[in-house]
Design a binder for this molecule. Structure first.
Ligand code: KG4
Ligand code: ZN
Length: 337
């Protein structure tokens, strides 16, 4: 590798995944992810435990990324990190590490917005969407409709006013007695269930906005009533319950996506974020795209959930534009796109 190559080490530590990746001239070489299992028994991410696990995992994950890329630290052109949004303690681990490395090596520091990076995951591999496109970003912390005009030029055109859709998956899963994160488990059980077995409300918000807090309460009351009659109601109906909850969540996502695509008259549609790993959503979107003649872009599973490859991709575009941060940069728990 010569001195003209752009070699960036990227770090992701916004929530409960510690990840590092190396990108060379826009090509992602690896994506090392350490998933924190410590949260499973608590039914959600425990921020203090997440920070401690990042602290433990970060150096081994970075070392593996550097080693498996076959590079040494003195070949790095820049170091990138997730500035936000995310958990303050978790972000601090990544930000502090990145700052120290940039300072020690005298190389530029690149801050990345986690939500922008989820969208830029589409540029890791082919096929890549052409601009403009609409991206539905669906994760445990966010649900946004974004009009993407260029790699670094994005506008939020709609978003959730309360819970994120991933949160709705996880919280309803918890009501069903499933461990955290419940989203993938709902997905798995739903495959054997009837989506029309039970009806849960479809909340309609003004314009392109979403609300996912209502379904949690609806499921809570529904289960409370059914369990009074039959204490085994959940076990006996788990697949149908999962399929029906998933069906409502997907309907809500798609109603606004259709509206956004019609309003902005785009042909290219993408999804990003952890919930885009959901097989029901992928299937429904595939059908919709066929019906509407959209070009649909869905990232590889590996790049749907939190990962450093997407941070690396975003950092590459920022490097090309010379968008660097100073060593005074601090994490932001809330950060606009
Ligand atoms: O993007 P992500 O890894 O982290 C955040 O930035 O939040 O998303 C995590 C979310 C969790 O809520 C998880 O339950 C959900 O994505 N998720 C899924 C599936 N895989 C992950 N939800 C439904 N179906 C899945 N297959
Ligand atoms: Zn995420």
């Amino acid at each position: 590798m010569g001195t003209n190559n752009i070699v960036i080490l990227a770090i992701e530590s916004s929530c409960d995944e510690t990840s590092a990746a190396v990108i060379v001239d826009g090509k992602v070489l690896n994506n090392i992810v350490a998933t924190q299992s410590v949260h499973e028994k608590y039914g959600g991410v425990v921020p203090e435990l997440a920070s401690r696990a990042h602290q433990e995992n970060l150096i081994p994950v970075v070392q593996e990324a550097i080693f498996s890329a076959g590079i040494s630290k003195d070949q790095l052109s820049a170091i990138a990190f997730t500035r936000g949004p995310g958990l303050m303690g978790s972000l601090l681990v990544g930000v502090s590490f990145a700052k120290a490395l940039a300072y020690a090596r005298g190389i530029p520091l690149i801050e990345v917005n986690h939500m922008q990076a989820h969208i830029l995951a589409h540029f890791i591999d082919a096929p890549q969407p052409s601009f403009p496109f609409i991206c539905l970003t669906v994760s445990g912390g966010h649900t946004q409709l974004v009009l993407v005009k260029d790699h670094l030029d994005m506008t939020v055109i709609g978003e959730t006013q309360d819970d994120a859709v991933g949160e709705a998956f996880d919280k309803t899963a918890k009501l069903l007695g499933l461990p955290y994160p419940g989203g993938p488990l709902i997905d798995r059980h739903a495959k054997n269930g009837n989506p029309k077995a039970f009806t849960f409300p479809i909340t309609r918000m003004p314009e392109l906005n979403y609300s996912f807090s209502g379904i949690k309460t609806a499921v809570l009351y529904f289960l409370r009533d059914e369990l009074k009659e039959n204490p085994n109601f959940i076990e006996e109906n788990l697949s149908d319950l999962c399929a029906s909850i998933q069906f409502s969540l997907i309907q809500m996502l798609l109603i606004k996506l259709k509206l956004a695509v019609a309003e902005h008259q785009v042909k290219n549609v993408a999804i990003a974020g952890g919930v885009s790993a959901n097989s029901g959503l992928r299937e429904a979107l595939g059908q919709l795209a066929k019906e509407k003649n959209w070009n649909l872009f869905i990232p590889e599973f590996e790049y749907c959930t939190d990962n450093a490859a997407m941070i690396a991709m975003a950092a590459h575009y920022k490097y090309l534009k010379g968008e660097f941060s100073s060593l005074e940069v601090t994490p932001l728990a809330k950060m606009k796109l």
